[in-house]
Structure formats: C-alpha cells, structure tokens
Write a protein that binds this ligand. Sequence first.
Ligand code: ADP
Ligand code: MG
Length: 298
Amino acid sequence: MEKTLLQLDQLSKHYGKLKAVDQLSISIKKGNIYGLLGPNGSGKSTTLGMILNVINPTSGSFQWYEGTHTTHQALKKIGAIIERPNFYPYMTALQNLTLICKIKQCSTENIQEKLELVGLWDRRHSKFKTYSLGMKQRLAIAAALVNNPELLILDEPTNGLDPEGIHQIRKLIFKIAEGGTTILLASHLLDEVEKVCNQVIVLKNGVKFYQGPVDAISQTFGFFELSSKNLLKLKAFLKDIPQIQSIREEKGSLIVSLNAEMEAEELSLKLAAANIFVTHMVKKMPSLEDQFLTLTQS
Ligand code: ADP
Ligand code: MG
C-alpha cells in the first residue's frame, strides 16, 4: 500500500449560503499525479486553501501523514504555488531563491539543481522583472521545490501562458513526478489533467463527482447514430436491447448510447432480423470533452 500523504474527511467551506466545498473526502497517496479537475468556481482553490491553512474550513477535517504530522509540520514537507508568483522584481532569480531559502529555513544547496530542473540556471543572474510569464512560473516551481518537498501542490499552473510556456510547464511536471514527488494539480482543463495526471478528482459545485484513474474517465462503450424511414419502429425495437442505455432523438436521427460492448455488425444483424432497415448507421466514441461535460453537468 502506498503511503497516504493527505486525507480529507468531509471537508466543507461555506460562504453564507454558498457551499464552495461540500463534504469533500479524498485521499492523496504517495507517488501519484492527481488532477483536481472542475470548471471555474467548483471549489478547487478553496480546497487547496484549506489544506494549506490559509482558509478556515466550516466543517470536516483533514489529516497529514496519517495523523503523524500537524499541518504546520507537514507544510515544511510540501511545496505549493497557489497564487501568481510573487518575487522581488529587481532581484535576480538566484537572489530571490536565496531569500526564499532563508524564509523557509532550508539550505541553499538545492538552488542550482532546482534552477537546472526548471531550465533557468543559465538565466540565474537575470532580474526577475525581465522574465517572461512562463519563466516566472517556472521560477515559482523552483522556489516551491527548494526544500525537496514530498508533495507539490499547483493551482492552475498554466493559466495565462502561451502554448510553448504551457508545454514547458507540463514537461516539467512530468520530470518532477519522475523524480518521485507526488503532485496535486488543480485545473479546469480536462485536456491538461488527461495529459499530465494519472489520478483525477472531479469537482462540481464543491461536490466530488468522481475520483479514480484518469483512464477510467475515458472508458465508455460509445454510441450509435441511427436513422430510418420509420423512426418509431426503430426506437421501439431498440428499447428492448439490453446493451442500450439510452435513446435520444436529434435532428431526425436517434442517438443510442451503450452500456456494454456492441459492434455495428451485431446491431445491424439484430435489426435486419427484425426487418428494420436503417438509412444511416455510425458508431462513435464521445470525445473526452463531451464526457467531462456529461460528468459535470445536470
Ligand atoms: P475554483 O478554484 O474551482 O475556480 P474557488 O474555490 O475559487 O473555485 O471558488 C468556489 C466558489 O466559492 C465560487 O463560487 C467562488 O465564487 C466562491 N468563493 C471563493 N472565495 C470566496 C470568498 N472569499 N467569499 C465568498 N465566496 C467565495
Ligand atoms: Mg481556482
């Protein structure tokens, strides 16, 4: 069993009537890359704020290291970036990181390694204000790593970056994870979580919708698009097929979603045997984007 680094138990934050986070229970186990995925306003930042002791929970609790550490002790073993990076503009990257080591009371010996990791060692003597947004974000990641944290928490680390900057941050997250650091990444981008994470926690309106492997989100049996001159007869027949989960009419076609494996050939044989002939039949898989929307809507 992997070690549980962090356990949330029915954690809630209410702002008046608004339940920003609602009875959230999750466990963060060592060695994984977790995506905390949800649309804007779903409670991701509030959740991170609570575990980092900057937001007081309304109710519920969380435990670090199976209860062996107080939050204060645990925070020394983790790295987090939950706001836009904030460094001294007229100081160089190296000076800024040296200062951060003083504040964090950790040794400066890791600075070179971390700056190399994020690709900024060559620019260590440049003033922070001369950095691009992507470089600033990478410096923030280096700063979060100077104490060799066991868990790295990132809140929307690619927001506002250009495609190249986004690519670099994602590559960097992989490298950090490969080095054995556990990562908790909040993002509203399904695509990002899919690319970067192996575990996903889906939030909607502060409520957990799903937690599990990223691959399982995309596990689906797909759907058929069918048309026929006699839609009513077709529909009536389809209703009795056990692999069919739901039937919806759309622009004169039927959208037939499956809850088990069924190939087009199998369905057309069944239809032909019942003397039903279709004018159109395609089997499709929903895009991940569609699935995320299904997961977080209604
Ligand atoms: P996310 O990070 O997923 O975009 P947040 O955690 O920032 O979501 O916000 C969750 C909900 O809580 C939103 O509806 C937001 O407007 C609300 N909220 C966040 N902070 C406050 C606050 N300080 N006062 C009132 N409402 C807040
Ligand atoms: Mg947020």
